[in-house]
Design a protein around this ligand. Structure first.
Ligand code: DHE
Length: 546
């Protein structure tokens, strides 16, 4: 399996784990290192390497790097790899200038020592960070502001450790809230009142949108590194529980939906589907709340297993384990909300999880490294309801039939493959009121492609795509690198919002497109909009509309 440089760089995103205390673990057969060198090596490893090679260096997308393998290779050999990278996807850390000669040498020695093991994160650790800022009885009993809260966009300001709440009607920033670092996703409670965001550092903020000025009412750190948070959606359990999944430690925690009090922690360490080998750090990837049962659908990356976690009795927790394929990453519901479609990105497949029967409905071959975000649902003029995904590793978009009742011949098959602008696609989106399908390509190495998006007319897919030059429309007068990320509709389904994501010290923007005319509708620029990435419309997130 080979990765291109942008794909590898994408996975090599920094991890905050390196900041936690860990003991130097000396391997007598490895070249010596001082404590200061070891500490720097550990920091660089967690910033650059852990995403692919794993915290414990057992290997994931990247090769295993445990001392039993690295010592025999020796420092000089390892330095070549770190310097020049490999065609299999290892980035060229040295020749790209990301690491200097001393750092390359240091890393070649560092990986011959035992991997330091980050600490676990217990209920007591969580409780020591848990704050109820406004207790439930002191919160408003009705909405106290004049915002149309169902059309607010919660926008990640990645490198600022903040989110911006943007009024979707007026396009004004309502407020900027301090959160964890690099918030990955925003999710809504079933009622549409509470917004939950989770930082890369596993900090969860619970934000009350009913307050005169929406603000954090409770917060907690749930681990050392995380990507996912979700709220219970099943009838009778609306707003009752919140779940956060962590990359480290490999576990999830179920919390009280009013206060974020941590109630139940469950480890995801276990055996990989197929080979059934033990995996010491299977990370929790996407999570969704089922509308069919009192269950959270928890996707565990390295083991390739989806856990259907029944939250109706936390004291006698029931879990159904559905094995499909590694590495489960991102995904979304089909338009009936019965099926969860999740990318198995190391297997080039989409796993279809049936939330009614708690079984694997299908495992579908798609293009190279599917990356749907939550995917896009629409009615195909010929094949009926479809869900779609773009790919990181090729230019295709796979359309999968999702209606086994009225369109049984098309169900769980790739009914059509579209050609997009190129590889490096991350997110795809449509809306029940729209006739368009939007696909971004922020990781494409060609700036023309990473700064624009492709739009398809759903009723004339054969015509190919129209290119919208989103970054150009933002009219940012500097030469800094920009990426256009994540199409997201407003509540009415007549506008599509994009982030123009620049470096921390450069100007970024949000660009709003009129979905009917495909013309520029608005540009939101503000010095406070630092590194905007994901942006989530309250109504569409609350009701799983995508
Ligand atoms: Fe994401 C979703 C993990 C890099 C922006 N990302 C997800 C989800 C996971 C994940 C598990 C699904 C959560 C869910 O639905 O419950 N992302 C990871 C990584 O491990 C990875 C590869 C590397 C990393 O170090 O984080 C990674 N992601 C990125 C980025 O580089 C992006 C573009 C910018 C950023 O903020 O870091 C990015 N990821 C997003 C966004 C979503 C997401 C905007 C939600 C999409 C949606 O529509 O739901």
């Amino acid at each position: 399996k080979t990765l291109t440089q942008p794909e590898a760089n994408y996975q090599a995103g920094s991890s905050p784990i390196g900041e936690s205390p860990m003991h130097q673990s000396v391997n007598p057969k490895a070249p010596p290192m001082t404590q200061a060198e070891f500490d720097l090596g550990r920091k660089i490893y967690f910033e650059r390497c852990a995403g692919c090679h794993g915290v414990l260096r057992k290997g994931a997308t990247g090769k295993p790097l445990t001392p039993d393998l690295t010592v025999g290779k020796g420092t000089d050999y390892l330095k070549v790899f770190i310097n020049y990278g490999s065609p299999a996807g290892m980035p060229n850390w040295g020749t790209s200038g990301e690491l200097n000669d001393q750092e390359v040498d240091l890393m070649a020695r560092y990986i011959q020592h035992e991997p330091p093991i980050p600490p676990e994160y217990s209920l007591a650790d969580m409780k020591s960070t848990w704050k109820v800022i406004v207790p439930p009885e002191k919160r408003p009993t009705k909405k106290m502001n004049n915002y149309n809260i169902s059309n607010i966009f919660s926008t990640t300001l990645r490198d600022a450790g903040e989110i911006a709440l943007i009024d979707g009607d007026s396009k004004e920033i309502i407020s900027i809230l301090k959160t964890g670092y690099a918030v990955h996703i925003s999710r809504m409670s079933a009622s549409g009142r509470y917004l939950f965001v989770i930082g890369r550092d596993a900090k969860v903020n619970m934000i009350d949108l009913w307050m005169e000025k929406p603000d954090t009412v409770a917060e907690i750190r749930t681990g050392l590194e995380a990507r996912s948070v979700e709220s219970s959606k099943f009838k009778g359990y609306e707003d009752k529980y919140v779940i956060a999944g962590t990359y480290w430690p490999p576990q999830f925690v179920i919390m009280d939906g009013d206060t974020l009090e941590p109630l139940k922690i469950v480890s995801t360490r276990g055996n990989v589907v197929g080979t059934q080998e033990y995996h010491p750090e299977p990370r929790v990837a996407s999570i969704v709340g089922s509308h069919f049962k009192p269950e959270f659908v928890v996707n565990v990356k390295e083991t390739g297993k989806t856990l259907m976690v029944d939250y109706s009795d936390l004291k006698a927790l029931k879990m159904t384990e559905i094995g499909s394929a590694p590495f489960l990453h991102d995904g979304g519901l089909d338009s009936s909300k019965r099926y969860f479609m999740v990318a198995a990105n190391n297997s080039n497949k989409i796993s279809v999880i049936d939330l009614k029967t708690d079984k694997l409905a299908a495992l579908i071959d798609v293009g190279k490294i599917p990356h749907p975000g939550r995917g896009a649902n629409f009615i195909h003029p010929k094949f009926g309801p479809v869900w779609s995904t773009g790919h990181l590793g090729d230019e295709t978009i796979s359309l999968i039939g999702t209606d086994p009742v009225k369109h049984p011949k098309n169900a769980w098959k790739v009914v059509q493959t579209l050609t997009g602008q190129g590889g490096g696609a991350l997110f795809i989106k449509s809306h029940p009121k729209s006739n368009h399908l939007y696909s971004d390509t922020p990781l494409n190495p060609d700036p023309k492609i990473s700064q624009s998006v492709a739009v398809y007319d759903i009723n004339n897919l054969a015509k190919g795509y129209t290119v919208l030059p989103i970054a150009e429309w933002a009219d940012i007068k500097d030469d800094g690198a920009k990426r256009v990320v994540q199409p997201e509709f407003n509540k009415a389904g007549d506008e599509v919002w994009f982030s123009v994501w620049s470096a921390k010290d450069k100007i970024s923007a949000m660009v709003v497109v009129d979905d009917k005319t495909l013309k520029l509708k608005a540009v939101i620029k503000d010095p406070r909009l630092i590194t905007p990435t994901g942006h989530f419309n309250v109504n569409n997130t609350q009701n799983d509309v995508y």
